[in-house]
Design a protein around this ligand. Structure first.
Ligand code: CTP
Length: 396
């Protein structure tokens, strides 16, 4: 997503500057082109040499050095996005009034790209009315201001004012400036995670589903421009992309009712949830107490959500299901594809090394109703999501 993107990093004098080293490392790992500009004070907090080596570009501090003039206008125009992290109270105040007494400020005044700032300061400074006024001025000027978090501060106090973490900054710029438009205008509905069917107020029937696959698909489609809603049961993951709509449910019935409401509005539906096939006939109001004898639970069938979607699906909608199998994998998956009237089924075999619950990798085969069978190798779930999304793109 960031490969070849031009990211300009501005660093000001704040202890949080040490985190910017990691930010640069992560950006380089994602194959972005990184250039760095520092305020003169910032070099007391982080070494320009380290920054230059990591970015593979000389970190710039002075507007002019040894009769050489740094072209701040071109630097500002070079960037696809300019991230100032950390943003100190002092530079913030200068930005709010347009003071231009160093290279970083000259660059920001010349920049034509989106600007993102990650403030970092002590809580008292952060909450000071002057700082808040300056932050609001920047926001009004169209600057994207990242939220500060609460925690341990350089002063030793606990409070608000910590700089956003490098991973958050990267997710923010990807979400706001680098989504592509392959699925623009498409509405996607995804079920993810496992459902819990209550036995009594403290017990339930559940499964090992982590929701990783469903969320990886949600993120991939969202980053390719789709409008994504996830109906999430119990999951061990979340997403940092604020634009993905998440609706949390507990039981298969709750998931079913939301799908009934939402399905007609979507262009693509992906049923990745591990829905409990059965639920207890009754849920005890009070905790079931241990007795002398064995306990027999009567279970009744839950509604099949994928089959429901297949039964009401319009021709222009694309419906994808999953099949988790331990034996006769392809035959069982094909059977599900037909009986549930999906357009395609992603087969996961628990027998395959690298595939299964909670793992970060998966090995899939996709079967399409036109007879196509596509087998893929073991990959991280994010790469599997890319394969599935690329498969779907052939049909929508
Ligand atoms: N599914 C569903 N609602 C259910 C059960 C399953 O929507 N009540 C969906 C799953 O989300 C998945 C597909 O159906 O997309 C297949 O799920 P799977 O658990 O593999 O199969 P089942 O139909 O439950 O059959 P079995 O457990 O016998 O393999």
């Amino acid at each position: 997503m960031l490969k070849g993107k031009k990211i300009l990093i501005g660093i000001t004098g704040s202890i949080a500057a040490y985190k910017t080293i990691l930010l640069i490392r992560l950006l380089k790992k994602l194959e972005a082109d990184v250039k760095i500009v520092l305020t003169p004070t910032a070099k007391d907090f982080v070494s320009p040499l380290v920054l230059s080596v990591l970015a593979n570009n000389k970190a710039i501090i002075e507007l002019a050095e040894n009769d050489d003039w740094e072209n701040h206008v071109m630097l500002g125009r070079w960037a696809d996005v300019f991230i100032i992290a950390p943003l100190s109270c002092n530079t913030l105040a200068k930005m709010a009034v347009g003071i231009c007494d160093n290279m970083l400020l000259a660059t920001w005044l010349s920049a034509t790209c989106p600007i993102v700032v990650a403030p970092a300061m002590d809580e008292d400074m952060w909450k000071h009315p002057t700082t808040q006024r300056n932050i609001n001025t920047l926001k009004k000027d169209g600057v994207n201001v990242l939220t500060v978090s609460k925690g341990e501060l350089a002063s030793g106090l606990i409070g608000e004012g910590r700089m956003a973490e490098p991973e958050e900054i990267i997710d923010y710029i990807i979400e706001h400036f680098f989504r592509t438009n392959e699925f623009a205008g498409k509405k996607v509905l995804i079920t993810a995670g496992g459902t819990h069917e209550p036995i009594d107020p403290v017990r339930f029937i559940g499964n090992h589903s982590s929701g990783k696959m469903g969320f990886a698909l949600a993120e991939e489609l969202y980053l390719q421009g789709a409008e994504v809603t996830v109906i999430a049961g119990f999951v061990q993951v979340t997403t940092s992309y604020k634009g993905i709509r998440i609706m949390n449910v507990h039981t298969a019935d709750e998931m079913y009712h939301i799908v009934v409401k939402e399905f007609s509005k979507c262009d693509i539906a992906i049923m990745a949830a591990a829905v409990a096939d059965y639920k207890p006939l009754t849920t005890a109001k009070e905790k079931i107490k241990k007795k002398e004898k064995d306990l027999v639970l009567q279970l009744i069938k839950n509604k099949d959500i994928l089959a429901y979607a297949g039964s009401v699906k319009k021709k222009k909608q694309f419906l994808l299901g999953f099949a988790l199998e331990t034996n006769n994998e392809q035959e069982n998956a094909l059977n599900k594809l037909k009986t549930k009237k999906a357009d395609a089924i992603v087969l996961n075999s628990l027998k395959q090394k690298g595939a299964g619950f909670g793992l970060d990798t998966n090995k899939i085969t996709i079967l399409h109703k036109d007879g196509t069978v596509k087998k893929y190798s073991v990959k991280p779930k994010s790469a599997v999501a890319k394969d599935i999304v690329s498969f779907i793109s052939n049909f929508v």
